[in-house]
Write a protein that binds this ligand. Structure first.
Ligand code: SAM
Length: 525
C-alpha cells in the first residue's frame, strides 16, 4: 500500500544518510592527526550531500501530527536525521512549530533530559520552555549570559497555544541512562527515540533554580499508541522472573553474553543442537592463516599495512566498529598480525556485543532479537556451522532448513545509491558469484541459525576473512542496515530464487513467507 512504500522511502533515506555519515567519518579518520578537520559534523555534511542530490524525504516540510513513514519507537543517531525526515526541523532548538491560521502551534519537541517520571506514570512528560539562557555552553572567549525570565514567544508561545487548540505534538526523547544501556557503540551520543504523539494539557510559570521564571508544560501521551520497547525491556528487568523464559543461555557459557530463549506463544522448548562458536571445516580442508601484517599498533591507512592494502587501501570499518558499506569481501587482521586486539581492522572476530535472545514467533518458528538498541552498521553475529561442499549440501534436502549458501549475493542497491551520492564509493559487483560452499548449521551452530528471512530485512550478510585466506569459504557475518530498536526481530534476505529449490526427487519445493513485512513477496522459495 501507499503507507508501506512511504516507509521504505524513509528507510532508504536513512540508509543513505548513515552510509554517507560513515563514509565521511572514514575519510576523516584516515587523515593524519594534523590534517583532521576540527569540529567536523558528519551528520551535517551527510545532510548537505543528501539535500544537494534531492534525496531527502520531507526536508523542510512542516507536518502536524504523524510523519508518514516514521513509526513510534524509531531511533535516530543525530538531530539531523529528524531534520532530513521532517520529524523535527531545528537542529538545536527543542521546540518546532508552524503557523496555522493566525496562530503558531507546536508540532514537535525534543526532550533531551530523558525520563524523570516514574515508569508507571510515564505517559506524562513535564517539559521546560526555551530561552532565558538556562542551558548554555561556555564558548571560548565568550562571557556566560545572565539568566533572565523566559518569554512568551516562539516555541513557548506555540506550546501555550497548543493547550487550547489540543493539537497533537510529536515527542522525541533523547536517550540517556534510563532509556538505554550501552548500545556497544559511541555512548556519548546516545541518540533519540520517536515517542509518539502527545497533547499539551497545561502550562504554568515557576521560578527556576537560577531565580528567574521558566515555563513548564505538562504533556500527556495520546492513548492507543504502541508501548516503547525499551520500557518493556526495563519493566521485565525489574521482575525476578521473565515471562516465557525457557532457557537462560542457549550457548551454555560459550558466548561472552548469555543468549536466553523466550517462548510466550506455546510450550515448545528451544530445539536441540550443539552450540559452537567456531566454524567446523571438513577433514580434507586445512585453512591456512593469511599473511600477517607487522604493525606495532592499530593498523591505519597512513601506514604501509598489508591488511589495509588488501581492502583497497582503506579500513572498511569506522573506529567505533561500524561497517562503512557492503563489500564483496572484507579482510580483517589475523591471528599472526602484530597489531593489538583493539585494532580497527578486527571487528567481527571480537564476537557478539549485543544482548541477543531467541524467541518463539507466531509463524516462523524461533527468531532472534536484541534487548539493546542496535545502531546502523553494527556487527551482530556470524553464521556458524559446518562447512560443506555444495554437492554435499544438495544431498541434505530432507534437512535443509539451516543451510547458508556462501556467495556474493548481497543487495547492491544501497551501494549503487551511495556511489551516486558520493563519487569514490565504489559499488561492488552485482553479479552472483557462487563459492561452491555451504554452511550447514543443523547439527552444530550458533545463534545465527535462528535468524529468519524477511523480504524487508534489517541485516545483511557480509563475507569476511581473518583466520585463513581461502576466498571460497569466507566467514559470513551479519551487520545492521538500520537502527534497530530493542525487541525488533532481526532478519536478513535469504536470497532464494523462486522455483529453484528442489526435493530429493527433483520436484520444485515451495515455502510460504510469513515475514509480514510491507514488501513481502509471499514466498521464501
Ligand atoms: N525459524 C527457524 C527455527 O525455528 O529454527 C530459524 C531460521 S532457519 C535458518 C530457517 C527456517 O526458518 C526456514 O526454513 C523456515 O522454516 C523458517 N523461516 C525463516 N524465515 C521465514 C519466513 N519469513 N517465513 C516463514 N518461515 C520462515
Amino acid at each position: 500500500s501507499g503507507n508501506d512504500s512511504i516507509r521504505s522511502k524513509v528507510k532508504e533515506t536513512l540508509r543513505l544518510f548513515y552510509g554517507a555519515c560513515r563514509k565521511i567519518l572514514q575519510e576523516q579518520e584516515a587523515l593524519p592527526k594534523d590534517k583532521k578537520k576540527k569540529g567536523l559534523r558528519v551528520d551535517f555534511e551527510a545532510a548537505k550531500i543528501l539535500k544537494s542530490k534531492g534525496k531527502c524525504h520531507n526536508e523542510g516540510v512542516q507536518i502536524m501530527g504523524p510523519v508518514p513513514g516514521v513509526e513510534v519507537g524509531d531511533e535516530f543517531q543525530y538531530r539531523m536525521e529528524m531534520n532530513v525526515l521532517g520529524v523535527h526541523r531545528p537542529t538545536q532548538g527543542g521546540i518546532d512549530y508552524m503557523k496555522v491560521g493566525e496562530d503558531i502551534l507546536a508540532t514537535s519537541i525534543v526532550a533531551s533530559g530523558g525520563y524523570d517520571d516514574e515508569l508507571d506514570n510515564s505517559d506524562i512528560l513535564t517539559y521546560t520552555g526555551q530561552g532565558g539562557n538556562i542551558v548554555q555552553a561556555k564558548k571560548k572567549g565568550e562571557e556566560l549570559k545572565e539568566p533572565e525570565d523566559q518569554k512568551l514567544k516562539q516555541g513557548n508561545l506555540a506550546l501555550v497555544n497548543s493547550v487550547t487548540k489540543k493539537n497533537p505534538v510529536r515527542v522525541i526523547r533523547g536517550k540517556n541512562h534510563a532509556t538505554l544501556e550501552s548500545s556497544g557503540r559511541d555512548a556519548k551520543n546516545g541518540g533519540y527515540i520517536y515517542d509518539g504523539l502527545y497533547l499539551v494539557e497545561e502550562f504554568w510559570q515557576e521560578t527556576g533554580s537560577h531565580g528567574k521564571l521558566v515555563f513548564k508544560f505538562k504533556l500527556r501521551r495520546m492513548p492507543g499508541q504502541p508501548e516503547l520497547s525499551w520500557k518493556v525491556v526495563k519493566k521485565s528487568k525489574k521482575l525476578k522472573y521473565r515471562e516465557g523464559l525457557c532457557k537462560l543461555d542457549i550457548s551454555e557459557g560459550r558466548e561472552r553474553l548469555p543468549i536466553s530463549a523466550i517462548n510466550e506463544i506455546d510450550d515448545e522448548k528451544p530445539p536441540q543442537f550443539t552450540y559452537t562458536v567456531k566454524m567446523t571445516y571438513p577433514d580434507w580442508c586445512r585453512p591456512v592463516p593469511p599473511k600477517a601484517c607487522g604493525c606495532p599498533t592499530r593498523c591505519t591507512e597512513a601506514r604501509n599495512c598489508s591488511c589495509v592494502a588488501k581492502n583497497g587501501g582503506e579500513i572498511p570499518y569506522n573506529y567505533d566498529g561500524a561497517v562503512v558499506s557492503a563489500k564483496t569481501l572484507i579482510y580483517e587482521c589475523g591471528p599472526f598480525c602484530k597489531c593489538p586486539a583493539s585494532c580497527y581492522l578486527r571487528v567481527t572476530q571480537r564476537g557478539i556485543k549485543f544482548k541477543l535472545e531467541i524467541f518463539k514467533t507466531e509463524s516462523r518458528g524461533w527468531g532472534v532479537r536484541s534487548l539493546n538498541s542496535i545502531p546502523s552498521g553494527s556487527f551482530i553475529c556470524e553464521y556458524i556451522g559446518e562447512l560443506v561442499e555444495d554437492a554435499e549440501a544438495e544431498k541434505r534436502t530432507s534437512n535443509d532448513e539451516y543451510l547458508f549458501d556462501i556467495g556474493n549475493k548481497y543487495d547492491n542497491s544501497l551501494a549503487e545509491g551511495m556511489s551516486e551520492l558520493m563519487p569514490g564509493t565504489k559499488a561492488g559487483p552485482s553479479i552472483e558469484e557462487e563459492s561452491g560452499f555451504t554452511i550447514d548449521a543443523a547439527i552444530k551452530g550458533n545463534v545465527g541459525r535462528f535468524i529468519n528471512h524477511s523480504c524487508s530485512p534489517n541485516l545483511y550478510a557480509q563475507n569476511v576473512l581473518y583466520d585463513h585466506g581461502d576466498t571460497r569459504m569466507p566467514h559470513v557475518m551479519f551487520f545492521a542496515m538500520d537502527n534497530i530498536p530493542p525487541l525488533q526481530e532481526l532478519s536478513y534476505h535469504y536470497n532464494y530464487m523462486l522455483d529453484q529449490v528442489r526435493d530429493s526427487k527433483g520436484n520444485i519445493k515451495k515455502k510460504i513467507c510469513y515475514c509480514g513485512s510491507s514488501g513481502c513477496i509471499g514466498r521464501l522459495y
